[in-house]
Design a binder for this molecule. Sequence first.
Ligand code: HEM
Length: 405
Amino acid sequence: VPDWTAWPFGVENPYPAYRAARERAPVQWNERVGAHLVLSQEHATAVLRGKDWSSDPRNNPQLLASLEEAGSAEVFGKSLLTSDPPTHTRLRSTVNRFFTPRAVRGIHDRVAAIVNAALTPLLEGESIELMGELAYPIPLAVIAELFDVGLEGAEVLGAETPMLARGLELDPAAAEREEIGAAAMRVMLFLVPIVAQRKVDPGDDLLSALIHPPDGGVALEDDEVITMCLLLLAAGHETTANLIGNGAIALFERPDQLDWLAQHPEHSLQAVDELLRYESPVQVVSRVARDDLVLGGVEIRRGEQALVVLGAANRDPTHHPDPDRLDIKRSGASHLAFGLGPHFCVGAGLARLEAQETFVRLAQSLLRPEPGSWSHRRGHSHTFRQLQALHIGHRNLSEADVMHA
Ligand code: HEM
């Protein structure tokens, strides 16, 4: 069972420590942590793609026991994220169709409207807390819209999702067990009657599609529908919010790149992918070896855990020259911020769209905080590149700001 108190990389700026460790060995057993650390893009890719690796913690009884103790196994233990084929394949087929490029294009205007509604009032104020006022509300409004649960739904989901997302931490605190369970319970109590209603009166929303799959697809059982909703909520919210928050800091530090994005919104996709590479919202994912194997010269036994450090792989100089430099004009090399292989992020297209709209709108707003005029607070998460707050004050509002607003 990993001992996260021995995690060697810290949370404020883990990148120099990632680099030093990767230079020593791209794959290494860490005795104190109690897991293999995978730090290079090549080896991370091999694990995420490989059939020798499982996402199901049941393949390591001690790991399962620790997740059970922390309460997250109860909520997400039988979800898409923690299952292997054939269960994974069946669950995945029910959601894939909702997140196809075509489906995402279909909600483009709604996402743009949500971003606009969230950002416009902020440009009139003197100071902003960007996480609470922009970064968290945007993905929340989008998912509430996909579920079609209205304003009341958005309020319930908004209140519970941050604690729910704690259930996806690889190192959930046992102390939070009850709170994670209670948050999940409150979301369930809210969703159960809605699921019952959509059973008899389906709409064209995501919930209805899970219950009544179009074109004769496989329908989910009631409890699977609820688990899938909890996962979509938790997986889509914390990650997208942190992309927006960390991305904003990275761009404020490079106003030249913010200006370039304002002038070249047509390159927003490549800009977002660079921000994902530079500040990977999910820093670490976990796998368990299904068999004895060798990776990067290291012998790995069946049942041992690998912690794939996406944040380190995304700054691997072999794939990303000058990796510690943000360059939104960079294109080409693919990053691992959305994972890879069978568990590649379901919501990648949607998250990219939300981020493209937000960053272009932010860049064009001419909000250019002076260096030192913002401050942030990070959470203690090792799993997420978590920003709890980003205060921006003393902005020099120009006329152009006001006109844009
Ligand atoms: C910037 C935003 C996001 C990032 C960086 C991100 C990252 C990831 C990563 C790294 C994985 C793979 C985990 C693994 O291999 O163990 C994943 C899976 C997943 N993501 Fe995302 N995600 C984001 C947004 C979203 C959104 C918006 C949704 C849905 C609304 C979503 C839903 C999911 C689901 C359901 C899975 C599980 C897929 C599976 O196990 O087959 N994510 N995400």
